[in-house]
Design a binder for this molecule. Structure first.
Ligand code: AMP
Length: 409
């Protein structure tokens, strides 16, 4: 499971957010008053707090409103629309007779892989709900998929547009009872030439005033905006900017140093005049604490940000850093994620992070708001093996060099 609202604890890792014991500004799922069987699925998955898109969109979509979301994979958009669908289906059971091949909700997505991923998420989230999901994708046995549709009432259908049209044309599936329609990755459906099929599918569902429509797209081109206007009724719009992977505004340097050279190089970096505001990351709380103490002994004015520090202290430290009263912050990854300060000149990775995603989060603390920043990562004999995975995620090679002489003095 990828946790996008809070890093999962592991033995020595820091698990607290710098802004609060229960992370400040985060919406816990239990605050949304969801149906209990759905809530159990959410709990099983270990989700505690809404991701940003969930926090922004769910209060509206759970009330039945339409929504347009600008969000990429990795933001938690899938759970956002699945929770909306399941909660609605559970809260509004159908009293009259149900018929085969008449789903109450339909999700269409451009690729088979994406459809299967959504269906797997639906299975996980909905496992205690008793709701039935069917997956319709091209390239696989039609009869088998038909059997599923005909074997009992299906509540949710997740499909690629082409295969869904096949089912509709053969009158094996009817969309006139659809209450919620989700169009995922609309921009890709457009790029792949699926819009005529999607239009047919949308026309086969009830009028937009009589259904709930949720449309997601990673980009908002004029074409997408036009389609969204046609298909949705008084929607709210939510835009989530992705965390940038590798950033053009960060000068990434990797210095090959031996373990016992690290502190000296770090001190020289921190003493250089252009390091006006620096965050130093270490992997574990004990490393952060010991580094903080060494820096203080060396006369560096610095603050510490990790889960073992009291909330009050952390808030104060962060405020002092934002105000420029302290120039250096030593932090763990979890504590570091909550730091939204523009004007951070340097990020130092005292240790390379074990999770490549953490590298991206760390260096993303600098080079914000159009400014340029410097990231300096130390690679030593004991952690250089972590570099290839980071490079894979970044999609670029990182040049490893010996530190310049002035940093070795
Ligand atoms: P998606 O953007 O829908 O592809 O989701 C990205 C990943 O985040 C998936 O692995 C989800 O299981 C996970 N996820 C979604 N919502 C949450 C949440 N609120 N807390 C933790 N993980 C989540």
């Amino acid at each position: 499971m990828t946790d996008i609202s809070a890093t999962q604890p592991s033995a020595e890792r820091d698990t607290q957010d710098p802004e609060g014991g229960s992370p400040a500004g985060k919406t816990p799922f239990h605050a949304l008053d969801l149906e209990s069987s759905l809530m159990r699925g959410i709990e099983d998955l270990g989700f505690e707090h809404c991701s940003p898109i969930q926090a922004q969109i769910l209060p509206y979509t759970l009330e039945g409103h339409d929504a347009i979301g600008k969000a990429q994979t990795g933001t938690g958009k899938t759970a956002a629309f699945l929770i909306t669908i399941f909660n609605d289906l559970l809260c509004n059971p159908v009293d009259s007779e149900r018929f085969l091949a008449e789903p109450r909700a339909v999700i269409i997505a451009p690729t088979r892989e994406l459809v299967m991923q959504i269906a797997a998420d639906a299975y996980d989230l909905g496992r205690h709900t008793g709701l039935e999901t069917a997956t319709l994708i091209g390239g696989e046995d039609y009869q088998k998929q038909l059997q599923k549709i005909q074997s009992g009432v299906v509540d949710l259908v997740v499909a690629t547009p082409g295969r869904l049209i096949d089912f509709m044309q053969r009158r094996d599936l009817f969309l006139d009872r659809v209450e919620t329609l989700v169009l995922d990755e609309a921009d890709r459906m457009l790029d792949m030439g699926f819009i005529p099929q999607v239009k047919r599918i949308v026309r086969a569902t009830p009028r937009k005033e009589d259904r709930q429509t949720l449309l997601f797209s990673a980009t908002f081109t004029q074409d997408i905006i036009n389609l969204a206007q046609q298909w949705t009724f008084e929607p709210i719009t939510v835009e989530i900017e992705p965390e940038r992977v590798a950033t053009a505004t960060v000068d990434q340097r990797v210095y090959l140093v031996s373990s016992d050279e690290r502190l000296r190089v770090l001190l020289n970096v921190l003493r250089s005049p252009d390091a006006v505001s620096t965050i130093v990351f270490a992997n574990r709380r004990d490393q952060v604490r010991s580094l903080y103490e060494k820096l203080r002994k060396a006369g560096i004015s610095c603050g510490i940000l990790s889960g073992e520090i009291t909330q009050q202290r952390r808030t104060k430290t962060l405020a002092n850093f934002k105000d420029g009263k302290i120039a250096v912050l030593v932090a763990t990854d979890v504590a570091g994620r909550g730091i939204h300060v523009d004007g951070v000149s340097h990020v130092v990775n005292y240790n390379l992070p074990e999770d490549p995603e953490d590298y991206v989060h760390r260096i993303g603390r600098t080079g914000r708001a159009g400014a340029t920043g410097v990231s300096i990562s130390f690679a030593s004999e004991d952690d250089a093996f972590l570099l290839p995975d980071i490079e894979t995620l970044l999609g670029e090679r990182l040049k490893c060099v010996a530190p310049p002489e002035e940093l070795m003095d």
